[in-house]
Design a protein around this ligand. Structure first.
Ligand SMILES: CC(C)(COP(=O)(O)OP(=O)(O)OC[C@H]1O[C@@H](n2cnc3c(N)ncnc32)[C@H](O)[C@@H]1OP(=O)(O)O)[C@@H](O)C(=O)NCCC(=O)NCCS
Length: 325
């Protein structure tokens, strides 16, 4: 037995920020941002808006699409790097908003690869017979950890959530193969230094802006392309398929230049790559499920398509999953 995605949903906050809006905050330009990243707009939570709302709305849409009641879900996995609260995370708040009663839940933290990791975990749990219906949500409120005085990072990120509902399916029909990797030597390429138990919140961590995301952009860029290439090829081997069998590629939406380099290495047709980062920017764990949900709802990806989802992120983690929709 294996598993398959039976429905999906996504949610973006209402507040849209253009590059021109960011020109008023930091020394940047629309021209620089578009040329270096491909990003034109991003969506951010309004001040005081609850982050969990995004995961709740995405989850509701996924459940509604397959007429699944909250009671019928056996497990909720919330992939997120910046939970609503460090303890107890995001999952309990999303579970409450979805009307779950005794359903188990947990947060999964694996950098921007969190959704791909979560998909492999959910597939393993369903394949083992432990759970039947698993709701997997990628949920991220990056605007809340963005350093608005750092032009190198603040232009890159957006908020949002995406969800998929997984159910048992005959092996070889839904999730066809996966490959997960880690490179702990790159743990500091992308990190948030303070607020954890290593460096608890204090006046000095606030003064040092230690509660904001820090990134070594060029290092991330250099690692991202070979990581996603290796993961894509690894997952295809696990699925006993080749690139010629793939209808669509959905890479983590971080930077258009990273995606273009990946496609070049893979020699994959640009027309069959889902890209929405121009509109939504990098939403970390939410990036792939939002792109997948949009492509499914637009009818670009149809039933029976073979799709590779591949990501890299803080940790460094990377991985890919091959699915048949
Ligand atoms: C962040 C990133 C877009 C920067 O692009 P880059 O081509 O590497 O640019 P650099 O960092 O070398 O900076 C080049 C110049 O642009 C400047 N610059 C950086 N951000 C800028 C901005 N928003 N606006 C204008 N200029 C900017 C730099 O200060 C630098 O100026 P200098 O040469 O005078 O010092 C790119 O490295 C990247 O996308 N990395 C991966 C990030 C990522 O994917 N993160 C998420 C991982 S999940």
């Amino acid at each position: 037995m294996g598993s398959r995605i039976v429905s999906s949903g996504s949610y973006l906050p209402a507040r849209c920020l253009t590059n021109a809006d960011l020109e008023k905050v930091v020394d940047t330009s629309d021209e620089w941002i578009v040329r270096r990243t491909g990003i034109r707009t991003r969506y951010h939570l309004a001040e005081g808006e609850e982050p969990a709302v995004m995961g709740i709305e995405a989850g509701k849409r996924a459940l509604a699409q397959s007429d699944a009641s909250p009671e019928s879900v056996d497990l909720l996995i919330a992939a997120t790097n910046f939970p609503d609260m460090i303890c107890p995370g995001s999952a309990p708040f999303i579970a409450a908003g979805l009307g779950f009663d005794q359903t188990p839940f947990f947060d999964l933290k694996a950098g921007c690869s969190g959704f791909v990791y979560g998909l492999a975990v959910a597939d393993g749990l369903i394949s083992s017979g432990m759970y039947k219906r698993v709701l997997l949500i990628g949920h991220e409120a990056l605007s809340r950890v963005t350093d608005w005085s750092d032009r190198k990072t603040c232009v890159l990120f957006g908020d949002g959530a995406g969800a998929v509902l997984l159910e048992p399916a005959p092996a070889g029909t839904g999730v066809l193969g996966s490959a997960l990797y880690g490179d702990n030597s790159k743990a500091f390429l992308l990190h948030l230094p303070a607020g954890g138990t290593k460096s608890p919140a204090s006046h000095s961590t606030v003064d040092e802006r230690g509660h904001y995301l820090r990134m070594e952009g060029a290092g991330v860029f250099r690692s991202a392309v070979p990581m996603m290439e290796r993961a894509t090829r690894g997952a295809l081997v696990a699925a006993s398929l080749t690139l010629a069998d793939v209808d669509w590629l959905i890479p983590h939406q971080a930077n258009l230049r990273i995606i273009d380099s990946l496609i070049k290495r893979l020699k994959f047709d640009r027309e069959r790559v889902v890209v929405n980062l121009d509109r939504v920017a990098n939403t970390s764990t939410a990036s792939i499920p939002i792109a997948l949900d949009e492509a499914l709802r637009q009818g670009r990806i149809v039933a029976g398509s073979v799709v590779v989802l591949t990501a890299f992120g803080a940790g460094a983690t990377y991985g890919a999953v091959v699915i048949r929709t």
